[in-house]
Structure formats: structure tokens, C-alpha cells
Design a protein around this ligand. Structure first.
Ligand code: FEC
Length: 293
């Protein structure tokens, strides 16, 4: 059976002029306050998105490396920008693939994140190929080991972070927070860390409560507890993008400076060969599952 991979990521605007349409896509038709749009454009301007979007460039590097590692065609599809997940599905079907593995470059499942990727891919395929969708890979040994290697031996207090989501996911029994805490625990155990904690980041101004604590408040509490040096390990993301280069490298860094804390963060997995091998392991396992007709 001919196989292919659809590799999915969040997507990022290529130019400042794309930001309003990109934000509208994220909001899914719900209204956008002009001051929130202006603030987002400014963050992308300071990120230097006109030159190159780090997320889009890294996703392409990952795609190319994975294709070589697997010896299978790999097509990129973005949830909120181009190339769309539907375009990737069409290209995979046109390549003759009868079986497609869908993998999101985000390790933890939530109905508010991964389910949306799955829905877009399923709708686009419309039964034209058999789909093997990877729901989550938060405890994949290669991923845990890669992060453990980046924090092992530090004398800093390690703060694991991930994108926050509206608090209402908990009442709905969503596994997101538990999976994040489990990745953090596994990494801390593998790296034999003495001192670590977890916080959320990148909350959006949607007017409802989001999961906390937020990293900015959390830095205040760890500082009050006597911590002087923090190493941030963003377990919920795998590449450099706005949420890393702005929310952590600018906002959290400014907060740390105010508090007199030394703050560093790990290098993201990006297209590190060890990370590509881990993704390939997940995909080989997924594609080797016998088809149920
Ligand atoms: O570098 C880039 O251009 C893209 C960076 C980026 C990543 C990312 C990942 C996740 N998000 C998740 C959930 C939400 C929810 C909302 C939301 C809003 C935004 C906005 C931008 C944005 N997100 Fe994002 N997210 C990235 C960027 N995200 C920009 C809109 C402006 C703002 O709030 O700053 C709220 C939607 C709403 O308004 O209703 C919810 C989750 C992830 C991690 C999983 C994944 O990568 O899919 C969860 C990267």
C-alpha cells in the first residue's frame, strides 16, 4: 500500500499584511478588538516576520529531513495559514498515497487544539485514503530524552511551560493538562532534577478564565521562594515561533529582569536530527499498524 505523511503545524503569517487574515482564521469568525489586532501586528513586526517566519522555515526543514529519514513523501499542512492542511491532503492523495499518517507538531492532545487539526485533515481527505492520525506523543521516549538532555546538570530551577487554554477544558475531561504534567515529570525524572515546576504561558485575551499559573505570575512566586536562576523548558512547543521568541524571550525575560532573576531557556527541538529520528519512530509505528477495512 502506498503511504505518505501529512505533517501539521500551527502556521504563521509570512508578512505583516497577512496578520489580520491570520488572526481572523484563529478567531474562526468571532470578533477581534482593534487594539488586540494592533498589538499582534506589533509583536510580529518586532519578531521580524517580514524577513522570514521562524515557524514556517523550521517546519519546512523538519518536513524535508523527515522525508529523507522515512523514505516517504511528507507534505506540510498549516492549521491557520498556508499551505493549508487541505492542500497537503490533496497533494498526498495526488501522489498516489492510499494510506496517510497525520502528525501534528504539538505533543499534547486537547479538544481545543489537536482535534481541530484532525477535523481539517479528515474533511479534506473525505475517505480518499486511509488515515492513521497520531493523537498525542507527549510520553514518547525519544522526545522525553531530548528534553532531558537539554536540562540535565543545570543548577537552575527548571520551569516547564506550555500554551494555556480556557479553563473550561478541565470540566470537559480534556487530557491536556495531565499530559503536560506527565511530560514534565518524565523529563524531570530522566534528568534527575532537584528543583522544577510547571506554568502556562501565552494566554489570549478572550474574556474567559484560562489555565494558570501564567509564567509571569509564576516567576514572581519562584523568586519569592528564593530562586535566583530559572531555566525555561517549553514542553508544549517544539519549535521557535512567536510564543517562544516573544512571550518567553521578550516578555518573560523583561519580567525576570524586573525581579532580578536570571532566566534562560532551552534550545527548541526544531529540526535537530535526534528530534527528526523521534518523529520518524512515531510515524513508522503508526504506519505499520495493519489497516482495518
Ligand atoms: O509564530 C507564529 O506565528 C505562530 C505561533 C503560535 C503557536 C501557537 C500554538 C498554540 N496555540 C494554542 C491555542 C490558542 C488559543 C487561542 C490562540 C491564539 C493565538 C493567537 C496567535 C497565536 N495563537 Fe495559539 N499559537 C500561536 C499564535 N492560540 C498569534 C492570537 C493572538 C493572541 O492571542 O496572541 C485563542 C483563540 C481565540 O481567540 O479564540 C486557544 C495552542 C497551541 C499549541 C498547540 C499547537 O501548536 O497547535 C493550544 C505555535
Amino acid at each position: 500500500m502506498k503511504q505518505a505523511v501529512v505533517l501539521m503545524a500551527y502556521g504563521s503569517p509570512e508578512r505583516l499584511a497577512d496578520v489580520p487574515a491570520y488572526y481572523a482564521d484563529i478567531r474562526g469568525g468571532r470578533p477581534i478588538a482593534p487594539e488586540h489586532l494592533a498589538d499582534l501586528v506589533e509583536r510580529y513586526r518586532r519578531l521580524g516576520v517580514e524577513g522570514a517566519s521562524p515557524l514556517n522555515a523550521i517546519t519546512e526543514e523538519t518536513r524535508a529531513a523527515l522525508e529523507e529519514e522515512l523514505g516517504l513523501p511528507v507534505f506540510t499542512g498549516m492549521k491557520h495559514w498556508t499551505p493549508r492542511i487541505a492542500d497537503a491532503a490533496d497533494r498526498a492523495v495526488s501522489s498516489g498515497a492510499e494510506q496517510i499518517a497525520g502528525l501534528v507538531l504539538a505533543p499534547h492532545y486537547s479538544a481545543l487544539s489537536i482535534a481541530g487539526y484532525r477535523e481539517q485533515l479528515e474533511q479534506a481527505l473525505a475517505g480518499r485514503a486511509a488515515l492513521r492520525f497520531v493523537e498525542s506523543w507527549y510520553d514518547e521516549p525519544g522526545f522525553v530524552e531530548l528534553l532531558a538532555d537539554r536540562v540535565r546538570g543545570t543548577d537552575a530551577h527548571v520551569v516547564f511551560t506550555a500554551h494555556s487554554l480556557p479553563e473550561r477544558i478541565l470540566a470537559a475531561g480534556d487530557p491536556y493538562r495531565d499530559q503536560l504534567l506527565e511530560t514534565s515529570r518524565l523529563v524531570a525524572e530522566a534528568a534527575e532534577l532537584d528543583s522544577w515546576s510547571f506554568s502556562f504561558q501565552s494566554e489570549s485575551p478572550t474574556g474567559e478564565p484560562w489555565l494558570g499559573p501564567d509564567i509571569l505570575d509564576h516567576l514572581e512566586s519562584v523568586q519569592r521562594q528564593g530562586v535566583e536562576h530559572v531555566l525555561v523548558c517549553p514542553v508544549g512547543f517544539v519549535s521557535d515561533h512567536l510564543e517562544i521568541r516573544w512571550d518567553l524571550d521578550v516578555e518573560a525575560q523583561e519580567k525576570a529582569a524586573e525581579l532580578g532573576l536570571r532566566l534562560e531557556r532551552i534550545e527548541m527541538p526544531n529540526s535537530d536530527p535526534a528530534f527528526i529520528r523521534t518523529l520518524a519512530t512515531i510515524l513508522r509505528r503508526t504506519l505499520s499498524v495493519p489497516s482495518v477495512v
